[in-house]
Design a protein around this ligand. Structure first.
Ligand code: GUN
Ligand code: ZN
Length: 439
């Protein structure tokens, strides 16, 4: 098939570096009247439209937008697809929330039809919210992940996922064994890892639900398949941390449990890290591990205030996570809103450009995928979102009063959600449009 170029004209904003490394003025590119050109799913040009239009063949279709802002697709570095059915469950903190809501719901994923229905709903939510890549927990059931990857593959999505490992401190219906966990994970890696845009993550739920034998087995898998990810939870809640210390008294702390079994490496992503010591931050940095900042979840479960500055002072890579179903929104815009408030409670300001960075290029760096996704540079995969800055009359009024790009961006983050997602593109193809079925 002859390759077909397509162009999109709107305001375009994307992050090109971390503001902490290059300063706010140099961390982004903005084209007030911009154009991106896509060919075969990749970005082949980006810039001011008046410059690029002169060089484009007249036969290339150009989609023009008014009052829209194109940016790179959002990246969710921590989310649970089987928890969509228990989002917004009342009254508990982490350990009781797991027992009362999460485990009963995850048991239902033994039914493949239930898993497929929920996977479809999950992808619909991601597309509605402009999220184009996610690092995703499945359930203990091998099939839940097989189905997830099948559905992601049909949609050509860049997704990372894994089968949950749990062989203790969980209901019997939700436990595996070190051996079955090894065999199932290995089979899934061989089937899905690096298939098209899909990647695998070895996924022990958290230290309390894996025996030393199972953690050792997870380390063995990482040695055998060094380019797969490791995805787990870490230091989210004070009772959880005390429990880990009681279960593993011979270890120096929570992170040291994972470290001891060889689970810290370049592609390790730890969700939360709300209560980390200086030494733990240092160790995360040394091993090139990443942390997912999950503001809506940390507030919803009353887990604590994430210390972004502390992690960044140690040069730990940080991405944004929604952590649905403990998180209360699929929207990375809403997640940025809550992140801002978490920083306010610590007397710090989270600049809107920094937030955008964390939800795009920062997420890509946390997943070591910055050569493929995270911004709209030439050569990257064309996953992008068309944002509507005038989604409601409140936005129209407030945007009129905003004087700068930063101010408009901040308003979008504080007030915005899925109403502001006009379209979502995957590999240059439209995957969602406002007003369509599934909206
Ligand atoms: N810790 C262990 N499992 C979970 C989970 O499903 N969600 C959250 N937020 N924390 C966890
Ligand atoms: Zn989680």
């Amino acid at each position: 098939m002859a390759s077909q170029r397509k162009a999109y004209r709107a305001s375009i904003l994307h992050c090109i570096a971390d503001p902490k490394d290059v300063g706010l003025d140099n961390c982004y590119e903005f084209f007030e009247d911009g154009l991106i050109v896509i060919e075969d799913g990749y970005i082949v040009d980006i810039g001011e439209s008046n410059k690029l239009m002169k060089m484009l063949s007249t036969r290339i279709p150009i989609q023009e937008y008014e009052n829209k802002l194109i940016t790179s697709g959002f990246i969710d570095t921590h989310i649970h697809y089987p928890q969509i059915g228990i989002i917004a469950s009342y009254g508990e903190q982490l350990l009781d929330w797991l027992e009362n809501y999460t485990f009963p719901e995850e048991m239902r994923f033994s039914d493949p039809q239930y898993a497929r229905d929920k996977a479809n709903l999950f992808f619909q939510q991601l597309m509605n919210n402009g999220t184009t890549t996610a690092l995703v927990f499945g359930t203990i059931h091998k099939q839940s992940v097989d189905i997830f990857f099948e559905e992601a593959h049909k949609r050509r999505l860049r997704m990372i996922a894994g089968k949950v490992l749990m062989d203790q401190n969980a209901p019997p219906e939700l436990t595996d064994t070190p051996e079955s966990a090894y065999q199932d994970s290995k089979a899934l890696i061989e089937k899905w890892h690096n298939k098209d845009r899909l990647l695998y993550a070895v996924t022990p739920r958290f230290a309390p639900t894996s025996s030393p034998q199972q953690l050792k087995m997870a380390g063995k898998l990482l040695k055998e398949f060094p380019d797969v990810y490791m995805h787990t939870h870490l230091s989210e809640n004070l009772k959880e941390i005390d429990w880990v210390k009681a279960l593993f008294p011979e270890r120096a702390g929570y992170l040291d449990v994972y470290d001891h079994y060889g689970l810290l490496h370049k592609r390790s992503v730890f969700a939360h890290g709300v209560h980390l010591s200086e030494h733990e931050c240092q160790r995360l940095a040394q091993t090139h591990s990443s942390v997912a900042f999950c503001p809506t979840s940390n507030l919803f479960l009353g887990s604590g205030l994430f210390n972004l500055s502390k992690l960044e002072s140690h040069q730990v890579r940080v991405g944004m996570g929604t952590d649905v179903g403990a998180g209360t929104s699929f929207s990375l815009l809403q997640t940025m809103n809550e992140a801002y408030k978490i920083m306010q409670l610590q007397q710090e300001k989270l600049h809107p450009l920094k937030s955008l960075y964390l939800a795009t290029l920062g997420g890509a760096k946390a997943l070591h995928l910055e050569d493929k996704i995270g911004n709209l540079k030439v050569g990257k995969e064309a996953d992008f979102v068309v944002l509507d800055l005038h989604a409601t009359s409140l936005f129209t009024m407030r945007m009129k009063q905003a004087k700068t790009l930063e101010e408009r961006l901040f308003v979008l983050m504080m007030l915005g959600d899925e109403r502001n997602i006009h379209q979502t593109y995957i590999m240059g193809e439209k995957a969602f449009q406002t007003g369509s079925i599934g909206d």
